[in-house]
Design a protein around this ligand. Structure first.
Ligand SMILES: Nc1ncnc2c1ncn2[C@@H]1O[C@H](COP(=O)(O)OP(=O)(O)OP(=O)(O)O)[C@@H](O)[C@H]1O
Length: 828
C-alpha cells in the first residue's frame, strides 16, 4: 500500500534507532536518546534546522544504536514511523542525553541507506496516506468495503464496548470517546493499540501490518482481551477511576492523535507503568553489572515484600477480631484515665453505636485540646478496649502528599506512604490509626497532604486506596481513624467537616494531683525501677510541683518533673545498695528523713520528697504567685486569654504622660486586639464625665494633653482576639481614676462602643488558668453563664463569678466598693 499522490513526507529521512517503545502513527511517545548516532541526529538536525522539514525524522523500532559511532550498524527493522519531533530536552545528568517527544505521522520502509555517520540517513518509501488524519470520521473505510468494512465495524464496536465499561468522568476515557467519533476508522487500529495496555512486541506487529486489513486483524484481539480482562475485574470488584487509568495505560502526552496534539496539556503526574519507567531509568544510569544486580534485587525485594506484607496482613484472614464489651470498655477507660468524664462518655457512645450497627461508617472522632491532656493516650485505650492494634501517625510538619500516599517508584529513594507503612507495621487490616496533630499539616509545592488525607478518611473512597509506590488498591475501610489536634482553627475545613470534634479541656489543680498519684507517679516509679517502698511523694509536694514548677493545661511537664525526682532518687538508691550493711543501718534522725542533700549518708527508705528535697532536685521554683504583687499600682488589670496550649492569665498595663493624645500599643497585638483598645478608649472618653475620669492636668477629656501607652507583657508572644476588651477598659479606668483594681480579680469579655459586654470562647480553660494563678473573683459576660456548668464543682466553689451585661457592671465588680459612686461606697 503506497501513498501515491497526496501529502508526502521527505524522501530522505534521518533515522532515530530505538529499542524501547514503538511509535505508531497518530500517537506521541517520549524517547530517551544517548547513543552517538542518535545524539548527532538531535544536535545536527533537530537543533540546527529551522524548517518544519528538519523536525521530521524516521523512527526505526527494535534496533539498538551501536555504542560507538565507528561500530557497524546492525540490520535495521524493515518498517519505521515518520514523526515530528515536538519537543527536545537536553540534560547532562546522569550523563549527556536528550529526551525527545515525537508524534508519529505514517509508516515508511527503508529503500537504501545513504550514510551511516554522523547519523543514519536513508532513502525511504511512504507507506500510509497522511490525508487520513485530515478527513472527517466516516469518510474512511465503510461497511461497503467487504471484509475490511466488517472488520472495521467490529473494531469500532469493540472500542465502544470497552469505553462503555469505563467511567466517562475520567479525562482519558472521555478523550478516547471523542477520538472514536472524530477519527476515520482506518486510523483506529494504530490509535487504539497505542492507548490500551499492550506489549512492545504486539505494537511492533501492528506497525509491521502494512495492509489495513491485517492491521485490524492484529489489533482486534488486543482490544477483545482488554474487554475480557475488564469483565473479569468487574466481577471481582467495583471499578475505580484508577482502574480505568490502568486499563488504558494512560500517560497523557504519550498517546494522542495528531489533531489533538496541541489541545491537550501534558500531565506527567498520571498513573503509568512505573516499572517500565524505572527500568528505563536504571538502564540509563549506566551502572556496572554488579551494581545493577544489587539495585534490582533491592528494589524488587523491597517492593514485592511490601506488597506481600500489606496484602497478606490486610487480607480478611488477618483481621484482629473486635471484642467489644461496653462495660469492660468503661472500666478500662476509667482505669486508664482520671477525670475527662465528658470525653469518656462520648467515646463509649461511639463504641456502643458501632457495636450495635456492626458498621464502621460513622464520624471520625477528633480530640481537640492543649498538649498533655491525654488525647493520644485515650486513642491507645480505645484500641485496647476493642482488642485492636494501635498505630500512631504523626502528621506535624508533614507538607508533602507523598508522605501520605507514597512516592512513585521512579523517584530516587521512593517508598510507600505512612498509611501503607502503618498497615505493614501492625500486620492487620483493622487497626486503630491515630492521626496525631492534624492541625499542624503543612502545604508545599509537593502537593497538599490534607487532600490525600481526605481520600483516606472518606468511607466512600477508602475501600480502594492506592498508594503511589505500590500502585495496588488497598481496602482501608476496616481501619478505625481517630485524629488529635491542639486547635481547630488550622485544620483544613474540608478535613474538619469529616470529623466530629470532641474538646478535651485542661485539668484543675485537684485533678492534676489525682492524675499524678493514680497514674503518673506509679508509671514513673515503674519506669525507673523504683517501688513505693523506696520513694514517696506526698500530696502537698505534688501540689507544690503543679503550682510552682509547672504552668500548663495538661500534665506533661508534671510527668517530666516526677521523672526528674525519680532519677535523682534512683541514684541515691543505687548508691545505697553499694554501702556496707553496717553503714547503711546507721540511725538517721527523723528530721533528716527525706532530704537527699547529703551525698554520703545512705538515705532511709522510703525517701519522702518534702519541700527541701524538691528544691534540691528541681531547683528554685520557676513560678511564684505574682498576681497580687503586680496589681499594686493603678493602671494594671488582669485578663484571661485562651491559647492552643490552654488558658492563661494576661496582665494589661497602662501608663500616661504629657503629649498630644496619642495611643501607643505594644506586646505584638493582632488587629482585632488593637481595635479593642481603640474601642475602650473611645468608650471611656465618651463616659469620662459619668465616672469622673480626668486627664493628666485634671481636665474632663482623659486624652487631652495626654499620651497613653498600653502594654501587654510577654511581648514576644503574639496576641489577638476581642476578649481583652473589658480588661483594657478596667485598666484604663484604673489609670485615669488613680484607683487600684482588686488584686484578686481577673476578667474576660468583648466590648461594644455602647459599653455592652459580649460573650467569648474558651471559658473553661480561662477559669482553670485563673484558678491556678490564685484568682478569687472572675468577671465574665452574662451570656457565658451557661459555660460555668462545665467547670468542676470544687473549682466553682473556690471562685466568685460575676456575670456582667455592660461595662458599668464590669467596673463595679473590678474595684473595691464599686466604681460608679466611689464616694458613696467609701463612706459606707
Ligand atoms: N486523665 C488522665 N489520666 C491519666 N493519665 C493521663 C491523663 N491525661 C494525661 N495523662 C498522661 O499524660 C501523658 C501525656 O498524655 P498524651 O501524650 O496522651 O497527651 P496529648 O494530649 O496527646 O498531648 P499532645 O497534644 O502533645 O500529643 C501521658 O503519659 C498520659 O498517660
Amino acid at each position: 500500500m503506497t501513498s501515491g499522490s497526496g501529502i508526502q513526507i521527505p524522501s530522505r529521512l534521518p533515522l532515530l534507532l530505538t529499542h524501547e517503545g514503538v511509535l505508531l502513527p497518530g500517537s506521541t511517545v517520549r524517547f530517551s536518546v544517548d547513543s552517538p548516532r542518535n545524539m548527532h541526529l538531535v544536535s545536527h538536525r533537530l537543533l540546527k534546522g529551522t524548517s518544519l522539514k528538519s523536525t521530521i525524522i524516521g523512527v526505526i523500532p527494535n534496533t539498538r544504536d551501536p555504542e560507538h559511532d565507528t561500530d557497524d550498524l546492525p540490520s535495521l527493522h524493515k518498517i519505521g514511523t515518520a514523526g515530528i519531533a515536538v519537543q527536545v530536552v537536553g540534560s547532562n545528568w546522569p550523563k549527556p542525553h536528550y529526551t525527545l517527544l515525537i508524534t508519529g505521522l505514517c509508516r515508511f520502509s527503508v529503500t537504501s541507506l545513504l550514510k551511516e555517520r554522523p547519523f543514519v540517513l536513508a532513502e525511504v518509501e511512504q507507506l500510509d496516506k497522511l490525508e487520513q488524519y485530515t478527513s472527517p470520521a466516516g469518510e474512511g473505510v465503510t461497511a461497503e468495503d467487504g471484509e475490511l468494512g466488517e472488520l472495521s465495524q467490529k473494531f469500532h464496536q469493540a472500542a465502544i464496548q470497552l469505553l462503555g465499561m469505563l467511567d466517562m468522568s475520567v479525562p482519558v476515557v472521555a478523550k478516547l470517546r471523542r477520538l472514536l467519533d472524530s477519527l476515520p476508522r482506518e486510523t483506529l487500529p494504530d490509535v487504539v493499540a497505542s492507548m490500551i495496555r499492550t506489549s512492545n512486541k504486539e505494537k511492533l506487529q501492528v506497525l509491521d501490518a502494512v495492509s489495513l486489513e491485517e492491521r485490524f486483524k492484529k489489533a482486534l484481539p488486543m482490544l477483545t482481551r482488554q474487554i475480557e480482562g475488564l469483565k473479569l475485574l468487574q466481577k471481582t470488584r467495583k471499578i475505580s477511576p484508577d482502574t480505568e487509568k490502568r486499563v488504558l495505560s494512560v500517560r497523557k502526552g504519550r498517546v494522542f492523535p495528531v489533531q489533538q496534539l496541541n489541545l491537550d496539556d501534558e500531565d506527567e503526574d498520571d498513573d503509568g507503568d512505573d516499572t517500565t519507567a524505572l527500568e528505563r531509568k536504571v538502564r540509563g544510569a549506566n551502572m556496572t553489572e554488579a551494581a545493577l544486580k544489587v539495585f534490582i534485587n533491592f528494589v524488587f525485594y523491597f517492593f514485592f515484600w511490601t506488597i506481600y506484607l500489606v496484602h497478606t496482613h490486610t487480607s480478611p484472614k488477618t483481621h484482629s477480631s473486635d471484642c467489644l464489651d461496653i462495660r469492660a470498655a468503661r472500666t478500662l477507660l476509667d482505669n486508664d484515665h482520671y477525670a475527662m468524664d465528658k470525653l469518656k462518655r462520648r467515646v463509649l457512645e461511639y463504641l456502643a453505636v458501632r457495636q450495635l450497627k456492626t458498621s464502621l461508617k460513622g464520624p471520625i472522632l477528633c480530640f481537640v485540646g492543649p498538649p498533655g491532656v491525654g488525647k493520644t493516650s485515650v486513642g491507645r485505650s480505645i484500641a485496647r478496649t476493642l482488642g485492636r492494634e494501635f498505630h500512631r501517625i504523626a502528621l506535624g510538619g508533614v507538607c508533602d502528599q507523598s508522605d501520605i500516599r507514597g512516592h512513585r517508584r521512579t523517584y530516587v529513594g521512593s517508598m510507600p506512604g505512612r498509611i501503607i507503612n502503618g498497615l505493614k507495621t501492625v500486620g492487620v487490616n483493622n487497626p486503630v490509626f491515630l492521626l496525631d496533630e492534624v492541625d499542624k499539616l503543612g502545604k508545599s509545592l509537593q502537593g497538599d497532604p490534607a487532600a490525600a488525607l481526605l481520600e483516606v478518611l472518606d468511607p466512600e473512597q477508602n475501600h480502594s486506596f492506592t498508594d503511589h509506590y505500590l500502585n495496588v488498591a488497598f481496602d482501608l475501610s476496616q481501619v478505625l481513624f481517630i485524629a488529635t489536634a491542639n486547635a481547630t482553627a488550622t485544620i483544613p475545613p474540608a478535613l474538619l467537616d469529616r470529623m466530629e470534634v470532641l474538646q478535651v479541656p485542661g485539668y484543675t489543680q485537684e485533678e492534676k494531683v489525682e492524675i499524678a498519684h493514680r497514674h503518673l507517679i506509679p508509671n514513673q516509679l515503674e519506669q525507673h525501677g523504683l517501688t513505693p517502698q523506696q520513694l514517696q511523694i506526698p500530696q502537698n509536694t505534688t501540689t507544690d510541683i503543679i503550682g510552682r514548677y509547672t504552668r500548663e493545661a495538661g500534665v506533661r511537664s508534671l510527668e517530666r518533673k516526677i521523672g526528674a525526682i525519680c532519677r535523682a532518687v534512683a541514684v541515691k538508691v543505687a548508691e545505697g545498695h553499694r554501702v556496707p550493711r553496717s553503714d547503711a543501718s546507721t540511725p538517721e534522725s527523723p528530721a533528716k528523713q527525706g532530704t537527699i542533700s547529703d551525698p554520703h549518708t545512705p538515705p532511709e527508705m522510703p525517701i519522702v520528697i518534702d519541700h527541701t528535697a524538691l528544691k534540691d532536685i528541681l531547683g528554685p521554683p520557676v513560678f511564684e504567685m505574682e498576681v497580687s504583687e503586680r496589681l499594686t499600682l493603678p493602671g494594671v488589670a488582669l485578663g484571661l486569654a485562651w491559647t492552643p496550649l490552654g488558658g492563661e492569665i494576661m496582665f494589661v498595663e497602662a501608663s500616661r504622660m504629657e503629649g498630644e493624645g496619642q495611643l501607643t500599643l505594644t506586646g505584638q497585638l493582632g488587629d482585632v486586639m488593637k481595635e479593642s483598645a481603640h474601642l475602650a478608649i473611645s468608650w471611656l472618653r465618651a463616659n469620662a464625665k459619668v465616672y469622673k475620669l480626668t486627664n493628666i492636668v485634671g481636665g474632663p477629656d482623659p486624652l487631652e494633653g495626654t499620651d497613653i501607652h498600653l502594654h501587654f507583657p510577654a511581648g514576644a508572644v503574639t496576641k489577638d482576639g476581642p476578649s481583652a476588651g473589658v480588661t483594657i477598659v478596667t485598666c484604663l479606668a484604673s489609670l485615669f481614676s488613680g484607683r487600684l483594681v482588686r488584686s484578686d480579680v481577673a476578667m474576660t469579655g468583648e466590648i461594644t462602643l455602647r459599653g455592652l459586654v459580649l460573650p467569648v470562647g474558651g471559658i473553661k480553660d480561662k477559669v482553670l488558668a485563673a484558678h491556678r494563678a490564685g484568682v478569687k473573683r472572675i468577671i465574665l459576660p452574662k451570656r457565658n453563664e451557661k459555660d460555668l456548668e462545665e467547670i468542676p464543682a470544687n473549682v466553682r466553689a473556690d471562685l466568685d463569678f460575676v456575670t456582667t451585661k455592660n461595662l458599668d457592671e464590669v467596673l463595679n465588680a473590678a474595684f473595691d466598693g464599686g466604681f460608679t459612686h466611689p464616694q458613696l461606697t467609701s463612706k459606707l
